[in-house]
Design a protein around this ligand. Structure first.
Ligand SMILES: *[C@@H]1O[C@H](CO)[C@@H](O)[C@H](O)[C@H]1NC(C)=O
Ligand SMILES: *[C@@H]1O[C@H](CO)[C@@H](O)[C@H](O)[C@H]1NC(C)=O
Ligand SMILES: *[C@@H]1O[C@H](CO)[C@@H](O)[C@H](O)[C@H]1NC(C)=O
Ligand SMILES: *[C@@H]1O[C@H](CO)[C@@H](O)[C@H](O)[C@H]1NC(C)=O
Length: 833
């Protein structure tokens, strides 16, 4: 820790002396740069130095200091540096580990729409960001061991785009923070060579406690609360006893994690039931293809005496530690801060890490388990990358690049999002004021909110904040060859859908609202608001919209394989395997789970159906069509009571009866989709005998008899393991419960679907697996509050409506891929909206 041994005192270090008054650790190097700014800005006691004073660190072909006109609030996000060519910061550093924090908050400056910039950032040894693009404020944190006296950070624009950064930090990390060889999760042995690893912070979580901001952390870190990662929020309680935290010499220090982290925890809520036996699980989204470093923070703030707490820790369902007894590790200190490090045994092949704690069987008189904090860091791959774009560090030969590209594009669809955004910030755009057929072309940037007035009075002012998504009509026309008929891929109530291609080759789906009618305006707005706010790999992403000339045009990422529905029946496409179907259900469930629990307010989709689940080239599922979404549950009552919206056959009977909308309405619809996936037939088929018309009713009848295999898709016969089918059927049945309260949450559904997939996959493992699975099923009643059977009255959607709506609906949904439901638009129209 002692900075004295390095002779590296610059003006930067003198800043840190100010910090040392309040924090114990004094970083040797402490470069905090307020890029693009003529002034210093102090953020929670740390001074970000004006770009003017640091320009000697930078070599760049351009000298563009951008200032936003957002307002006068002085913070590091109001200004940025823009790099139009390869640009390099060179920092003199003491050898050792450093934080590199990159702050991005795009805005528009002159012709530079930063939201569409695409670039890579690398050090001499590692790629930190590759083909990176962001439309919203984001901070990226890395920890890099610098083995030379110089750290170079290079910004490389992709193609003819540009790069930007609002602020950057290069700050020494105490030598003691990361050392030793972490255990390998699920494998014997230890991971060696941690010191060579570049790490990227993916999640840093304060279990059972508040968000911790840089001012409350000696190393200026941010810790997020854990509730959004908990799979079952009702199985836990939060405990806070900050005063009792004891930093035992030789173990964790305040630099390892602050008191607020050790002094709060999430505890298994055994509700004083001595026979409680269940796990508490968190799930974290991660990128596939990388190993991860996991640091667990423990502090027994729940026991009254030593040796009372024994529990198990699992990483990705594998035993991490059995019968963990913190007090004995900590030489008999009760509330001592303790750290355990793990590295995942191999590169992740799934996009999440599951962490569970559960009571130990050894001391069952006091069943509980705790976790205080967790850090998950991505480790660089063998090519030195932390981001699998096309960009490689200088040391790696370009012959490996090509191999890499294909693999990566297949592997990380998340980064497709990045590729999808325009390669450049310019669009070839004909000069305004001239006719659309005028010859003269000129480069001008995407419209900004300031130019909204030339949209012929169309007022979408409420979404002006999303102006970075606005795309000029000319560019849309170019992409679709002026809405050429041959490009039509579907027709919905909202309008037509076209296949298109942007200037940079990105394939898109362009949904054009009927310009002559205003009926879809509300849906148009909702869709833009929802999609620009919610980004998730299992939600179809919005690339942009156009509201010029009263147009209502939405531009989405193109989903190669169309709707889930088209792969189930009616289109002659080859049938999907059971595994593929499960994975699609899991993906869609993930998207909905995110909507229900994500960010701030839960969002109810309201139109979950197989035609709104789209598949990309690798059959990854994404939920689409948010035109009807509402933030819930206290939604606009007048709308809900005037018309029930949703697609018949999928509609929650409770919503239908009581016109009360909750997330559980989506769960119901999802249950119908599950049976549709299993049986591969339309949810309403009026041509069938009466008792078979409604799929939900029909399949539930067989599910309740325990003979679901009688109605499953012919092509799945004999290919589904009975356990997997049983789990799937039970889960679907619960989704279709008559009352919302009896239905599981999307989180539960997700968990069970994943379990059904495991049951399908683990054929070869033999008896032990079988035993486990029986146990797990036995465990179920704990996971769902009310596991009762539903009355026969369930799922009784008005028959008289079926025929009336069905014809229209099927014509809408077949091909479009991104259709607005005609049914809804009709309902909307009849309301005169
Ligand atoms: C900004 O901070 C630096 C380093 O402390 C100092 O030398 C400089 O005078 C400050 N500049 C302004 C404009 O306050
Ligand atoms: C953070 O620190 C401030 C003082 O710097 C203190 O008032 C506040 O309670 C702390 N918050 C937490 C969550 O520890
Ligand atoms: C907890 O999770 C682990 C790993 O998934 C599993 O082996 C164990 O049986 C679970 N325990 C309980 C009580 O569910
Ligand atoms: C990370 O990069 C370093 C080179 O800096 C390399 O030695 C190491 O093997 C890489 N890690 C992995 C897990 O491939």
């Amino acid at each position: 820790m002692g900075g004295e041994k390095f002779g590296f005192f610059t003006w930067v270090s003198s800043i840190s002396c100010l910090i040392c008054l309040c924090h114990g650790y004094v970083p040797v190097n402490n470069y905090l740069i307020n890029c693009g700014s003529p002034t210093n800005v102090t953020v929670t006691g740390r001074v970000f130095i004006s770009d003017k004073l640091t320009s000697n660190l930078l070599k760049s072909p351009s000298e563009i200091l951008a200032a936003s006109n957002r307002n006068s609030v002085s913070d590091i996000y109001q200004t940025a540096r823009i790099f139009t060519g390869i640009s390099k910061y060179t920092f003199s550093v003491a050898r050792g580990r450093h934080w590199i924090r990159l702050h991005f908050s795009p805005f528009q400056y002159l012709n530079f729409e930063m939201g569409s910039a695409k670039f890579s950032v690398s050090s001499q040894t590692h790629v930190l960001l590759s083909d990176f693009t962001t439309k919203s404020r984001v901070m990226k944190e890395y920890s890099l061991n610098v083995a030379t006296d110089i750290l170079e950070l290079t910004f490389t624009p992709s193609g003819n785009s540009f790069a930007f950064v609002n602020a950057l930090e290069v700050v020494s990390v105490p030598d003691t923070l990361l050392n030793g060889d972490p255990s390998l999760a699920g494998r014997p042995g230890r991971f060696q060579g941690l010191s060579l690893q570049a790490l990227e912070t993916v999640h840093r979580v304060n279990m059972g406690g508040p968000r911790v901001t840089p001012s409350n952390d000696t190393l200026s870190r941010i810790w997020e609360p854990d509730s959004e990662f908990l799979v079952e929020k009702n199985l836990v309680k939060s405990v806070s006893k900050i005063a009792s935290v004891d930093y035992v010499p030789g173990f964790a220090t305040e630099d390892t994690a602050p008191r607020t982290v050790y002094g709060t925890c999430t505890e298994m809520n055994s509700a004083d039931n001595p026979s409680s036996n269940f796990n508490v699980t968190w799930e974290f989204d991660v990128d596939t293809g990388f190993q991860y470093f996991l640091r667990f923070h423990f502090c027994d703030i729940v026991s009254k005496a030593l040796n009372q707490l024994y529990f198990n820790l699992y990483v990705d369902s594998m035993m991490g530690v059995e019968n963990l007894d913190l007090s004995s590790y900590l030489s008999n200190t009760l509330a001592g801060a303790y750290v355990m490090d793990y590295v995942t045994g191999s590169a992740k092949s799934t996009n999440r890490i599951r962490v569970s704690i559960g009571p130990s069987t050894v001391h069952s008189d006091y069943p509980t388990a705790i976790l205080n904090g967790l850090e998950i860091m991505k480790m660089n791959n063998s090519k030195g990358q932390l981001s699998t774009g096309t960009f490689l560090p200088a040391g790696v030969s370009s012959s490996t690049t090509k191999k890499n590209v294909g693999m990566i594009v297949g592997a990380t669809v998340g980064s497709l999002l990045a590729l999808v955004v325009f390669g450049g910030f310019f669009l070839l755009f004909k000069k305004r004021g001239r006719g659309q057929d005028g010859d003269s072309k000129t480069w001008i940037p995407l419209c900004t909110s300031g130019t909204a007035s030339d949209s012929n009075g169309t007022t979408i002012t409420s979404i002006a904040s999303n102006s970075s998504y606005r795309i000029p009509l000319v560019a849309v026309k170019e992409a679709t060859n002026s809405f050429d008929q041959s490009r039509e891929i579907g027709v919905g109530g909202f309008g037509k859908v076209y296949r298109g291609e942007l200037q940079d080759g990105t394939k898109v789906a362009v949904k054009r609202g009927n310009p002559k009618s205003q009926q879809g305006l509300a849906e148009f707005r909702t869709e833009i608001e929802m999609l620009s706010q919610f980004r998730h790999r299992h939600l179809v992403s919005l690339i942009g919209y156009c509201d010029e000339n009263n147009e209502m045009i939405l531009i989405y990422e193109y989903m190669e394989k169309g709707t889930l529905r088209s792969h189930l029946y009616g289109s002659g496409l080859p049938s999907l395997s059971w595994k593929e179907r499960l994975e699609i259900c899991i993906g869609a469930a993930r998207g909905l789970h995110y909507l229900h629990t994500g960010d701030s307010k839960p969002v109810i989709h309201r139109d979950v159906k197989s035609a709104n689940i789209l598949l990309d080239a690798s059959l990854m599922a994404k939920v689409a069509d948010f035109g009807l979404s509402k933030t819930g549950p206290e939604i606009d009552q007048t709308h809900v009571s005037t018309a029930v919206k949703g697609s018949f056959g999928y509609l929650d009977p409770e919503y239908f009866r009581r016109q009360q909308l909750t997330e559980k309405s989506d769960v119901y619809s999802f249950g119908v989709v599950m049976f549709e996936v299993l049986c591969a037939r339309p949810v309403i088929d009026p041509t069938l005998p009466r008792e078979m018309v409604n799929l939900a009713e029909w399949s539930m009848k067989w599910q309740k008899k325990g003979q679901l295999e009688h109605v499953i898709d012919e092509s799945l016969r004999g290919k589904i393991r009975p356990d997997s089918l049983r789990k799937f059927g039970e889960t679907g049945e619960k989704c279709l419960a008559d009352y919302g309260v009896d239905r599981p949450s999307m989180g539960d559904v997700l968990w069970n679907l994943e379990y059904a997939l495991q049951l399908q996959e683990t054929v070869v493992d033999g008896d032990t697996e079988e035993d486990n699975s029986t146990n797990m099923i036995g465990e179920l009643p704990l996971r769902f509050s009310d596991y009762n059977n539903q009355g026969d009255t369930s799922v009784n959607v008005g028959v008289d409506r079926e025929g009336r709506f069905e014809d229209e609906e099927s014509s809408v949904d077949d091909l479009s891929g991104v259709s607005m439901s005609k049914v809804f638009s009709q309902l909307v129209k009849s309301e005169g909206r």
